[in-house]
Write a protein that binds this ligand. Structure first.
Ligand SMILES: *[C@@H]1O[C@H](CO)[C@@H](O)[C@H](O)[C@H]1NC(C)=O
Ligand SMILES: *[C@@H]1O[C@H](CO)[C@@H](O)[C@H](O)[C@H]1NC(C)=O
Ligand SMILES: *[C@@H]1O[C@H](CO)[C@@H](O)[C@H](O)[C@H]1NC(C)=O
Ligand SMILES: *[C@@H]1O[C@H](CO)[C@@H](O)[C@H](O)[C@H]1NC(C)=O
Ligand SMILES: *[C@@H]1O[C@H](CO)[C@@H](O)[C@H](O)[C@H]1NC(C)=O
Length: 486
């Protein structure tokens, strides 16, 4: 600036100078650049593009520069990018809006940026970029396994980073609930917010996988599985200490073991000998039902007398202790069937010996069927009973069944007896009406036909008489029907 630097010049010169300065300064005053608006801060997700806008009025011959505020690194001079960072661009709109663009935003881009105008007295404005970062769990500060003794307290730690700071939520796998103690009361929750998760006086049911879920408003949320192991000495429960079985069948003994760490399990007999699977005698099986539960089975094949004299022990052992359960087999004696003999005797008593012998061939189709029917029914029932005993039904039921059956049988027989007696009584009454006539007719027939014919008929009758004997009155009927001469 030459004008102001001429103090020793003449008055004329001074006049000219002051005029020029005044003109010049008033012009400069008019042309001085100004910021139109304060710069807006921006918050952009990682990987996206951030844009800061610096709006300048009357830029004139002045220049706009962008700097990183914290270390004053120059990023751009006017429309030229100076930094080596290729993700930075400058964009000018209408010679007014100076835009700093940062593409594929990184965490390190977070910070404030300065827009500067090279006026004599530097003018500048500051705008900040915040980088939103999705949550991420810090693996080095989050332990994936924690083991405590039953009854102790457990602290589940889960650290996460992200911007904004992620929130932590706890859940359990398999829809199990989280148990927290609040003022001596136990409350179960589907999810718990906050970190760390503090579990007081833990029990085995709280063992398992816990999920630490970290989330903020930038997706995706992330989770990490933390396994809580709760150690305790084995415990055995025996659902049936005495197991009913009958000889030649398979006896199945069962013990349920709870333990952690998982126990070594085995069976022993009364003498303390360990029982192992052998093709013809024993079959061992184990079914794991949860993180800390196993059901152990011992099958004793083709049971014999000595198997019922033993005690069986199931044992479980882990680093914290040993447990055992005692079991025994109780023999169920298979019931024997004795009913068939009685049925035959009943049948015989109902059959009276035939005394009269005189009939025709028509009689054969008639009564002999009646007395044999209850015997048939009985036989089929006995078989049914046998089948039940063969199966695994309890003996008491079997015996009861048998009793009912016998009773039932007697009932049926006596009632059928009664029925047959009733029917014979009915027949007898019809017979009695015609007995007088019949007697006369027999006499008449005997006279007319002579004794020789009567004897021939007798021979035929003799063959079937045994069967017919069951219902003697029908003799009379048949006799009347068939023997009555016209
Ligand atoms: C931008 O952010 C900075 C730092 O966070 C703050 O000091 C400033 O006031 C913010 N500016 C505006 C316009 O919100
Ligand atoms: C460009 O700037 C001039 C003055 O600086 C203004 O009159 C005009 O409206 C602006 N045009 C746009 C598109 O912003
Ligand atoms: C577990 O935590 C509770 C509550 O903070 C405390 O009273 C108790 O003594 C702790 N138990 C053990 C075994 O540290
Ligand atoms: C085993 O049989 C006995 C009688 O013989 C009976 O009292 C007991 O209830 C039976 N047990 C089972 C589990 O069926
Ligand atoms: C089986 O156990 C019972 C009761 O524990 C005991 O009285 C009995 O003597 C044992 N029998 C054998 C053969 O060990």
């Amino acid at each position: 600036m030459a004008y102001s630097a001429a103090p020793d010049s003449g008055a004329w010169t001074l006049l000219i100078a002051t005029t020029v300065v005044t003109v010049c300064c008033s012009e400069l005053q008019n042309m001085e650049p100004e910021f139109l608006n304060p710069m807006q801060n921006v918050t952009v997700a990682l990987g996206r593009e951030a844009t800061l806008v610096c709006s300048v009025k009357n830029i004139g011959e002045h220049k706009v520069g962008w700097l990183k505020a914290e270390d004053q690194t120059i990023l751009s001079l006017h429309e030229r990018v100076v930094t080596e960072n290729r993700r930075i661009d400058i964009d000018v709109d209408n010679n007014t809006y100076w835009k700093l663009k940062i593409r594929q935003l990184q965490r390190s881009d977070k910070g404030c940026y300065m827009c500067q105008i090279n006026t004599q007295e530097m003018k500048n404005q500051i705008g900040c970029v915040d980088v939103k970062v999705p949550p991420d769990i810090k693996d080095d500060e989050t332990i994936s396994d924690i083991t405590v003794m039953e009854g102790a307290n457990a602290t589940l730690v889960c650290k996460a980073k992200g911007n904004p700071v992620p929130k932590i939520t706890w859940k359990r796998e398999e829809e199990k609930r989280i148990i927290l103690k609040k003022k001596l009361k136990e409350i179960s929750y589907e999810k718990v917010h906050g970190e760390p998760l503090f579990l007081v006086n833990v029990r085995r049911s709280q063992m398992g996988h816990y999920l630490c879920i970290a989330s903020n408003d930038v997706p995706p949320a992330v989770s990490k599985r933390i396994t809580l192991n709760i150690q305790f000495a084995p415990e055995i429960t025996v659902p049936n200490q005495v197991v009913n079985a009958s000889r030649d069948t398979t006896g199945r003994l069962e013990c349920t073991v709870e333990s952690f760490p998982f126990a070594q399990t085995y069976w022993e007999d009364s003498k303390g000998n360990s029982i192992t699977t052998s093709e013809n005698t024993y079959k061992l099986e184990e079914i794991k039902t949860s993180h800390y539960k196993v059901t152990m089975y011992l099958e004793i094949l083709k049971l014999e007398y000595s198997d019922f004299q033993k005690n069986y022990t199931c044992l479980a052992k882990n680093s914290l202790g040993t447990a055992n359960g005692f079991l025994r087999l109780h023999e169920i004696i298979k019931p024997t069937t004795t009913t068939t003999t009685t049925s035959t005797t009943t049948t015989t008593t109902t059959t009276p010996k035939p005394t009269t012998v005189s009939t025709t061939t028509r009689m054969i189709t008639r009564p002999p069927v009646i007395p044999s029917s209850p015997t048939n029914r009985k036989n089929s029932k006995v078989h049914e009973g046998d089948r039940k005993y063969g199966g695994k039904s309890v003996d008491t039921t079997g015996r009861r069944m048998n009793g009912v059956e016998k009773f039932d049988e007697i009932e049926t027989q006596s009632s059928s007896h009664r029925a047959s007696r009733g029917s014979s009584r009915a027949r007898r009454s019809t017979v009695s009406q015609s007995v007088g006539i019949a007697a006369e007719l027999v006499l008449l027939a005997a006279v007319t036909a002579g004794w020789s014919t009567g004897c021939a008929v007798d021979a035929v009758v003799g063959l079937v008489s045994l069967a017919l004997a069951a219902c003697p009155p029908l003799f009379l009927l048949a006799w009347r029907d068939g023997d009555v001469p016209q």
